[in-house]
Design a protein around this ligand. Structure first.
Ligand code: ZN
Length: 104
């Protein structure tokens, strides 16, 4: 990403915001699971799915721009991003996220 490209900066900012929102949502889900709070989970589940999809979309937009405008050859979006919302993703998040985010 060239430092002077305004579109890169906007796309990175959008992806960073989407990632933060998704991670916060997943973290809140994990807390709700530990607290057996079904009411909160019912609210959070669709929001986290939406946040995960937005995270994937913003990453793809960034990569598409970098490929087209700056000839950066990105691999496809990681397969883990395609697992968002699946039980495999939940398992991965529950094992890894506590080491990354910590309690809030
Ligand atoms: Zn750019």
């Amino acid at each position: 990403m060239p430092g002077s490209c305004k579109e890169c900066h906007c796309l990175w900012a959008a992806h960073a915001e989407a990632t933060l929102s998704h991670v916060k949502g997943v973290n809140r889900q994990q807390i709700a699971v530990k607290e057996h709070n079904a009411a909160v989970l019912a609210i959070l589940d669709p929001l986290v799915l939406e946040a995960g999809a937005l995270r994937t979309t913003t990453l793809q937009a960034l990569r598409d721009h970098e490929r087209a405008a700056h000839s950066v050859d990105w691999p496809a979006v990681p397969r883990v991003a395609l697992l968002v919302g699946s039980s495999m993703f939940d398992e991965l998040v529950s094992r890894v996220l506590p080491f990354i985010v910590g309690p809030f």
